[in-house]
Design a protein around this ligand. Structure first.
Ligand code: PRP
Length: 216
């Protein structure tokens, strides 16, 4: 008898793509595609239950065991370092964490650097490795505005297409880390539901490999 697996999916475009992967792997739950506002969907027969979760909250559900597995961005994993297993790189939702600044910005290493970001821990770690004194300005969105209006010197933020930077006359100065979506698991769940979680992992892994093959 298979045990029920609870999956925290990130709400939004990435989550829908990830659900497609689960569906193709045989974990379908057609009701999820209906236009409704429900947050939980289950297919008892397949032993799977999905939750739609705010993307930055996926690790909280998984770390605390409300979800057995989930899909979280590497940015969130680096920032919060949740106590979970990172089982697979899904190679989707690809972007990078970068330092950006106005095009004409010239750094003075003698001065404290003012850094605006939604990722204070990532920024702090990065500049600690560079041995640089910084002042973190912790914002929650529209980070690109900060250096334009003089709130900060630089930003540490996610760059996907680069459009937001370009349209605000900013450019990337350094890349901090490549980012993509990861399949994660609660540690106790992995111990008690190893067979079920590994079955999902290998189905997703095959799908990642097939997609990679298709791109060649
Ligand atoms: C993210 C990120 C950048 C933007 C990058 O913001 O913080 O602002 O996307 O994407 P691009 O390189 O394709 O332009 P998000 O849309 O999450 O909004 P936010 O301002 O609330 O952080």
């Amino acid at each position: 008898m298979s045990k029920m697996i609870n999956v925290a999916l990130p709400k939004g475009r990435l989550g829908k793509k990830v659900y497609d992967m689960f569906e193709a792997a045989g974990y379908e739950c057609p009701e999820i595609r209906e236009d409704n506002r429900k947050l939980i969907f289950e297919n008892q027969e397949k032993g799977i239950r999905y939750f739609w979760v705010k993307p930055s909250d996926v690790t909280i559900y998984v770390e605390r065991g409300a979800a057995d597995v989930g899909i979280a961005g590497k940015d969130i994993l680096l920032e919060y370092e949740p106590d979970v297993y990172e089982l697979l790189d899904l190679e989707m939702g690809k972007c990078r964490m970068a330092v950006a600044a106005p095009r004409d910005y010239r750094d003075n290493p003698e001065r404290t650097l003012h850094v605006a970001t939604k990722f204070p821990n990532i920024a702090r770690d990065y500049y600690a490795r560079e041995n640089r004194d910084i002042d973190i300005i912790n914002l929650h969105g529209s980070i690109e505005l900060a250096p334009v209006v003089g709130l900060s010197d630089v930003i540490v933020d996610i760059v996907e297409t680069g459009k937001t930077l370009k349209e605000n006359d900013l450019e990337v100065f350094e890349t901090v880390a490549p980012i993509s979506a990861r399949f994660i698991a609660n540690k106790a769940s992995f111990r008690f539901k190893t067979k079920e979680i590994e079955a999902i992992q290998s189905a997703l892994s095959a799908s990642v490999a097939a997609r990679r093959g298709g791109r060649k």
